[in-house]
Structure formats: C-alpha cells, structure tokens
Design a protein around this ligand. Structure first.
Ligand code: ADP
Ligand code: MG
Ligand code: ZN
Length: 596
C-alpha cells in the first residue's frame, strides 16, 4: 500500500510547482500587459481622415484586420479607423507608398492583445501537461478521479490456494467463487443466484489480502485492488469518482475481482459521526450504487476485507451486497505448522529443524507473524554466513516477532542491570509459583524494542476460555517485577510502567466485561452508548483496585517466601543474560513449591 505520508509530500511538492508556475505566469502576463499599456493608445479617426493622412504621406504603416485599420504615423502616432466591409483600401494605401499588412480573421491589435492574455494560460496548461506526463498514472494530485486500482488492472496474479495455509474452511467457501468466475454459464443455467460481494473477516495478518489474490490466481482473472483508506481523500467527491472509475475499469476486464481492503474506512455506519462525514458517505453510497447496478451477466466479484465487521453500515451487508461472510481465524497449531511449511518452501532449513516444534512455541501468532519469523530467521542465517536456517535462528526469529530485535548497543549501568535482572526474575518466579500461571519460556535482560528486559510466557495452546484463577495469576505475574524491586532495593522504578498499564487494563476488563470481581456481573450500557454512570464507575474502580491489591499481595508473599531463590536466579541471569524455561527449572531445583 502506498504510504499516505509519501502521497502527501508528493502532493505538496506538486502544489508547490503549480504555485510557482502560476506565479511565474502572472508575472509574465503583468509585464506584457504593462508593456502594451505604455504604448500610446491609438486615436480613433474616420476612415476618410486616415486616407487623407495617407495621401499627405503622414502614414508609414497600416495593419488591416477585417474592417479595422491600425495605422502608424511617421511621427509615431497610432490611429485606428473602421472601413466598410466591402471597401478595399489596400491599393490606394500602397500607391501612397505605405506598408500594408493584412491580418486574416480576428482584429489586429485586439487579436494581439488576446494573444498576450493567452500567454499565461498557455504556460500554466503547458506546466500541467508536463507534470501529468511525468507523474504517470499514479500521480494522485492530477488524476483525482482515477482509482489507484488501475495499477493492478490485468495484473497476472500468481498466488494460488497452495500459498494459503491454515484456513481450510475459508478456502472451501471461496472455491465456489473460483468456480463461478471460471464457468459462469454453468451457474446461470441452474438459475443460481451468483454472489456479488464477499466479506472477509479476520484479525490483521490472517491472510485476507492473500486469500483474495489467491481467488483471482486460481480463477485466472484480473485483480483490481484498492484500500478503503485510499478512498478517504481530502476533496469531497473524489472517493465517489474513484469508485466509479474502479468499477468502470473492472467492467471492461470482466470476469475479474475487485478487492477493497479495510472497507471499514468507508463502510462505517452512516450518520454516526457528529457533523457527518460527507466524503465517506458519498463514497459508500457510490459503492452501493455500483454493486446494485450488477446484473445477471456481470462477472465481477467484489471481495472486501475488514477486522471490524461490527462497525460496518448495515446497508453493506444486505442481500445482493456483501452477503457472504468468510471468517479467517488466527491459525491453530496445525495451521501454524502448515503456514510455516508454505513459507519454508523457498528457504533451506538445517537438517533436524522441526517446524512442528516451532508451531508449538508460537501460539497466538498470525500468518503474517509466522512469515515474518521465517524471514527474520533467514536474514540471521544469511548474516552469519550459514548454509541453512537452524533452530537457533528460528528461536531468535520468534523473539524478534514477540518483542522486537535485541538492542545490545543500549548502554546500561551495572546498577540498572541489577534492577532489571531482579525485576524480570520477579515476574518469572511468580509465574513459576502460581499453579494457574502460564509456563515461562524465556527470561532475558537484553533489551528488545521498548523493553529493558523480557520474560516470555508460552501461551496456552489454542485455548478459547480463560478462567478467573488464570487471570488472577496473570495479574500477580505482571506485578512480580515491581514486587521484586521493592523487596530487594527498598525502592521502585519507572521500569514497571508497562506492567502497571497492563494490570489496570486487565483488572478493569475483569470487573466490567467478565464479571469476575466482588461486584459480580456488571450491567453496562451498550458498546456505543453513554459511559458508565458516575456511581457505577466508582464501584468499578474500587473493585478493580481490590483485584490489583490482592494480586500485588500475592506477588509480594511469593517472592518474600522465596527470597533466596530470587537472589540466586537474578545473580545468575546477570551473568548469562538469557535463560530458557528449562535452565530456570534446573536452577530452581526439585524442592520448588507451587501454590494457588
Ligand atoms: P491481512 O490482509 O489479513 O492483514 P495478509 O494477507 O496481508 O493479511 O498477510 C500478510 C502476509 O502474511 C501474507 O502476504 C503472507 O505472507 C502471510 N500470511 C498470512 N496469512 C497466511 C496464511 N494463511 N498462509 C500463508 N501465509 C500467510
Ligand atoms: Mg491485508
Ligand atoms: Zn516488568
């Protein structure tokens, strides 16, 4: 997708150019105008007087334009006279030894004047023409109405269903669309109503764009694609004309697929925003008009993608529009393995690398995350000059996707290193001590991305429900870092900021959304309605505070009871910087106890 900022800077640069051209043209026009004005205005005299002057050899030159005569006297005076339409004076003037210029059509001086006036206009038009030519079809400032989709027109899509893994149900549903695009007549003979629009629903990175392209690839039809956010332009009416243009092009290339990414950017419920959003509504209306204009013989399928189906305007989901909904879920363990296999096809893996094991460690990863992981691993292997991607690179790839690349260059004082080590081990030990907490996968004091240190938990495999005990354990684990700092250093640092944010967020959700506090089930006003009443809000805050207090007490109790282990592990971590879950287990020994 085009970076909108790039587009903007492109626009401002072009706007600047246009401004400069206009300024230049205006200067030139003014200069010409002034020059013309400084010449003495011709005096209008009767034709008889002009001919008399000519006979007296007072006139040097005459310009005849239609019925107007413009005479220049020997003394420099200018005269203007009108002759009868059929009257010819050329012969007589010539006999007087005067230079005669006949201008065909248009009135001499007036023609000259309007020519001069045209110069700035011509210059502006010329500049615009040059810019249009240079900008090409992607020139947004100049081709307002043209949809960016043209770039993809007739593009040969080489992606097929083989490149999409882990979303078998979606592929099955879309296979029908492929059949229709390939053999529309078969469906029509059966009197089947052909779907016009398919809505792909799923969180980011689950392969919505990929699968849409795969449909085009499987059917061997052109793929027109545009993003909803591109429709939302600065000028009212641009979005609508883009939609019109997009569909016009698609009709010319039917059978084909139109893909509208991020349709929620234009397809939000109309009339919800204060003051309205004309531009978006016009665009949305145009889209609906175009889709309603499809008839039995329109072989165009419109595929749209969103991760917010709940905000879409109901009109979009009505029969005959996006009435098919295909859901793409985050991949489960088998799906993850399949996706890893797809992306490993073009990458050499070291013998013994087990993608099933990687799939196991990556619960919660999207397809895009997995593709990213393999790419990072490939880069690491190439950088280390290895012949193939090994387990080590894959593990680091996981960490990079979870927490960003390592930042070894960040200089940390010995004292801060110590605080970070105790903070992270505080998290890890609370996790290890609570029965309902998730297993620890890795503890590290090497900073990554924003974090100074990280403790990674292995997500519970493909679980869809989480219990109150598990969430309480999570609250305590999040507070383990802060508790350890307090216990060992007698003071606390800003290092726990993100932990505290996560804690208050989770605690509030437990109270309001999950009804897991002493308040019990909380009756909240609907999603978009007014906020909680002041009274209820205060109760929610109190209940959330109580959950947090309890969790912090739990974390403190666990760590003070296991203070010696905290010191042992943290001091070890300062030396080795990174520990795996197994190393941590070994260090904690067999007498480690677990509690609720
Ligand atoms: P979305 O449009 O849902 O945000 P994308 O289709 O843009 O996701 O996915 C981004 C990239 O992630 C794809 O180009 C592909 O490399 C990878 N990917 C995502 N989902 C899958 C999948 N199910 N199978 C294979 N690769 C996938
Ligand atoms: Mg996408
Ligand atoms: Zn922390």
């Amino acid at each position: 997708m085009r970076d909108p900022r790039q587009w903007l800077s492109g626009l401002t640069r072009r706007a600047w150019l246009i401004g400069a051209a206009a300024f230049f043209a205006i200067c030139l026009g003014t200069a010409l105008f002034l020059m013309r004005d400084t010449a003495p205005a011709p005096a209008t005299i009767p034709i008889s007087q002009l001919l008399d002057l000519a006979d007296q050899h007072q006139i040097r030159r005459v310009v005849i334009a239609d019925n107007q005569l413009y005479a220049t006297a020997v003394d420099g005076h200018q005269y203007q006279a009108t002759k009868e339409p059929q009257q010819t004076v050329t012969e007589q003037l010539r006999r007087d030894g005067i230079t005669v210029v006949v201008v065909d059509r248009g009135g001499g001086a007036i023609g000259l004047n309007s020519l001069i006036a045209l110069v700035p206009l011509l210059i502006i038009l010329g500049m615009i023409w040059v810019m249009l030519r240079r900008g090409g079809p992607n020139n947004q400032a100049m081709s307002f109405g043209r949809s960016g989709a043209r770039r993809y027109g007739g593009q040969n899509v080489t992606v097929t269903f083989d490149d999409v893994a882990g979303v078998d149900e979606a592929k099955q549903e879309l296979a029908e669309i492929v059949q229709f695009l390939k053999h529309p007549e078969r469906f029509r003979a059966m009197g089947a109503r052909i779907p016009k629009g398919v809505l792909l629903v799923g969180p980011p990175g689950t392969g919505k764009t990929l699968v849409a392209r795969a449909v085009a690839g499987e059917a061997g039809v052109p793929f027109f694609s545009i993003s909803g956010s591109e429709f939302v332009e600065m000028f009212v009416g641009v979005g609508a004309s883009r939609v019109r243009d997009l569909f016009r092009q698609a009709r010319r290339h039917a059978p084909c697929i139109i893909f509208i990414d991020e349709i929620d950017a234009v397809g939000r419920q109309r009339g919800t925003s204060v003051g309205g959003h004309d531009e978006r509504e016009q665009t949305l209306n145009q889209l609906l008009v175009e889709m309603d204009g499809f008839d039995l013989h329109t072989n165009i399928i419109v595929i749209a993608a969103t991760n917010r189906p709940d905000v879409l305007d109901a009109a979009l989901l009505r029969p005959g529009r996006f009435d098919r909904r295909v859901v793409l879920d985050p991949p489960d363990i088998r799906g993850r393995q399949a996706i890893l296999e797809v992306h490993a096809r073009s990458k050499p893996l070291a013998p013994g690398v087990d993608l099933a094991a990687i799939a196991q460690q990556t619960a919660g990863f999207s397809g895009a995350d997995l593709a990213n992981l393999l790419n990072e691993a490939a880069i690491l292997a190439a950088r280390a000059n290895k012949p193939a991607i090994g387990r080590e690179e894959l593990e680091e790839g996981i960490m990079r996707v979870v927490a960003g690349p390592e930042r070894r260059s960040r200089v940390v004082s010995e004292y801060e290193r110590s605080i970070i080590a105790y903070h992270e081990v505080g998290h890890a030990l609370v996790m290890k001590a609570l029965r309902h907490a998730l297993p620890v996968q890795k503890v590290s004091i090497i900073s990554r991305g924003q974090a100074l240190g990280v403790t990674v938990q292995a997500p519970r495999e493909d679980s869809y429900l989480t219990s109150r005990a598990q969430l309480k354990a999570r609250l305590a684990s999040l507070l383990g870092g802060r508790a350890a700092e307090e216990l060992i250093f007698g003071d606390v640092t800003t290092g726990a900021r993100q932990d505290l944010e996560a804690v208050s967020d989770l605690a509030r959700r437990m109270v309001i959304e999950f009804g897991m506090s002493d308040l019990g089930i909380v009756a909240t006003p609907g999603r978009d309605a007014s906020p909680l009443s002041a009274d209820l809000a205060a109760q929610v805050d109190r209940a959330a505070m109580q959950l947090i207090d309890e969790a912090f007490a739990t974390a403190r109790r666990i760590l003070s009871e296991r203070r010696d282990k905290l010191v042992t592990v943290a001091e070890h971590l300062k030396k080795v910087e990174t520990m795996s879950g197994e190393e941590l287990d070994a260090l904690l020994g067999p007498d480690w106890t677990v509690c609720d």
